[in-house]
Write a protein that binds this ligand. Sequence first.
Ligand SMILES: Nc1ncnc2c1ncn2[C@@H]1O[C@H](COP(=O)(O)OP(=O)(O)OP(=O)(O)O)[C@@H](O)[C@H]1O
Length: 236
Amino acid sequence: MIQLKQIEHAFKLGRKGSEREVPVLRGIDLTVKSGEIATLIGRSGSGKSTLLHIVGGFIRPTSGSITIAGQDTTAYGEGQWADFRRRHVGVVFQNFQLIPSMTAYENVELPLVLQGTAPSVRRKLTLELMDRLGIADYSDHYPSELSGGQQQRVGIARALILNPPIILADEPTGSLDSENEEQFLQLLQSLNRESKLTLLIITHDDKVASIGHKKLRIEDGKLLNQAEPRKLEVVK
Ligand SMILES: Nc1ncnc2c1ncn2[C@@H]1O[C@H](COP(=O)(O)OP(=O)(O)OP(=O)(O)O)[C@@H](O)[C@H]1O
């Protein structure tokens, strides 16, 4: 579960001594239950990425509290966050952020290498996951030799390889065409169903937002609960 309470964030702009504060997030209360898909939609500049970066521990909020998987991470330093992320949170980015000089296989395996997992275990886990995500045939391809959809599958495989219960996704389909977007959204939904994965996805795309069990909207740094679309009444 992810729980944010009264999160405020202001960026400091300008020269030291004469900085001004620009408020970006204002009083965010957010709960994402275990096994839930939450989507957060909002215009450019509304604060989506800032919020995601706070949940992932890349930015410290100005005030408020963060609890993830039962642990209060609010006061964690960088080292603690890095360790916490390894065990609990995977991140998927819009532009995949794969390492161009590594093959698809090496990109997926990398977190296991950094963690010091034994080579035989690494090989088994990496091949199993790549097979499950339909990218085993592309093991030897470099990112530049993969389509956008395949690159994003490699991106999510890398985020999943350490088996985190939570995935944060920053505009994960932003670089995909509509067919690849559809397939990638189906993949996220099946991972959610089969592995009880908790997902927080930020987007400006209604189609992506529609896969959320919980659909949230952010406007000017404030969270609004997006109303469920009204069901049409059938007139007999
Ligand atoms: N490091 C920073 N320093 C100063 N201001 C920042 C910084 N990062 C973001 N901002 C400002 O905070 C506001 C929210 O930015 P954020 O990236 O969270 O929006 P967003 O909703 O994710 O936008 P987009 O959809 O365009 O990515 C913007 O006005 C932006 O200019």
